[in-house]
Write a protein of this length. Structure first.
Length: 318
């Protein structure tokens, strides 16, 4: 990971500073409100992340904050985030989280500062098209009808139109809204594009979008445990997601730290003693307790080699 100096950003990166159409006081109030809430969400998101041992954690956090803060200097982006928040608070929080996770992934890919900014803008506005979807469909607690699902799917095309034609952002940024639901096997939407037809920014946001959705509580389901969500992402590599990007995402946002307590599917408890970079959801565990008591003879189990035993929960105390 290369060093990315942020102290002297060139202010002319092509962002269109379109003015808010209301009063100056209202514009300032909206900007302050959105920026303050975004900063709170960013701090919360970053503080809950863990980083691999070889990652300079403080540097990554500083870069993420500075990139997002720079993006939030743009009035049009602030106004669009205000629109998102007004129609759906979950989507607002989700947009911030996806932006943070995408920037972190970009850092691990050695992206330059302008690439991180473009990726961050695409990520933070990837769901802007949902402002065109009726709230009754967007937050429906039950199963969507076929017609309702088709309406939801239109948010990617709506988003592209807003970013490309209403705001005037570059094509590579606007495409993130359009393509973040495409799958590398050609079974995504809106166009069923395959691996080599999907741009890299969209492939990154596809991963971070799904990961954050899985690890968030929704009206229709409870959030998934982090390790289960990462396990799902890994299982979809080569089908839904790009393999190389999944590997980068998974190995640099570690699920287990050494000595972390875990509950196994057979009811036994132990601590993680080794995590392989290429198989982050399959640690080696020293089992210390069976279902009833502490073992006199603890034993090690490699979950990569086990076909039946998995981690079902993490434990703060063991």
């Amino acid at each position: 990971m290369k060093h990315l100096p942020m102290s002297k950003l060139n202010k002319s990166i092509g962002l269109h500073k379109i003015k808010y159409k209301g009063s100056v006081n209202m514009e300032m109030k909206i900007s302050q409100e959105i920026i303050k809430e975004a900063e709170t969400l960013i701090d919360s998101m970053i503080s809950n992340l863990s980083f691999a041992d070889n990652i300079p954690e403080d540097e990554v956090k500083d870069i993420v904050k500075e990139v997002v803060n720079y993006i939030l200097q743009n009035n049009e982006i602030i106004n669009r985030l205000y629109e998102i928040k007004s129609i759906d608070k979950y989507t607002f929080k989700h947009s911030i989280n996806v932006c943070v996770l995408s920037i972190i992934t970009g850092i691990y890919l050695d992206y330059g500062i302008y690439e991180l900014i473009d990726l961050g803008i695409g990520a933070i506005l990837h769901d802007i098209g949902k402002t065109k979807i009726p709230n009754s469909i967007l937050n429906k607690p039950g199963k969507l009808t076929d017609d309702e699902y088709e309406m939801i799917k239109k948010h990617s095309s709506y988003g592209y139109e807003i970013l490309k034609y209403n705001i005037g952002l570059d094509e590579k940024i606007s495409r993130v809204a359009l393509h973040h639901h495409e799958k590398v096997n050609g079974r995504g939407y809106p166009y069923g594009k395959r691996e080599n037809e999907i741009d890299t920014y969209s492939k990154i946001v596809a991963i971070t979008d799904v990961y954050d959705a899985l690890t968030s509580n929704r009206i229709y389901r409870k959030k998934m445990k982090t390790f289960h969500a990462v396990d799902y992402i890994i299982s979809m590599a080569g089908y839904q997601f790009n393999k190389r990007l999944v590997q980068t995402f998974a190995k640099n946002i570690p699920i287990y730290s050494k000595s972390k307590g875990v509950m196994l599917s057979n009811g036994h408890k132990g601590i993680v003693i080794d995590v392989r970079e290429e198989f982050p959801t399959k640690p080696v565990v020293k089992v210390l307790y069976d279902r009833d008591c502490k073992l006199k003879n603890p034993y090690n189990i490699d979950l990569l080699e086990s076909k039946v035993i998995t981690v079902v929960d993490t434990l703060d105390d063991i």
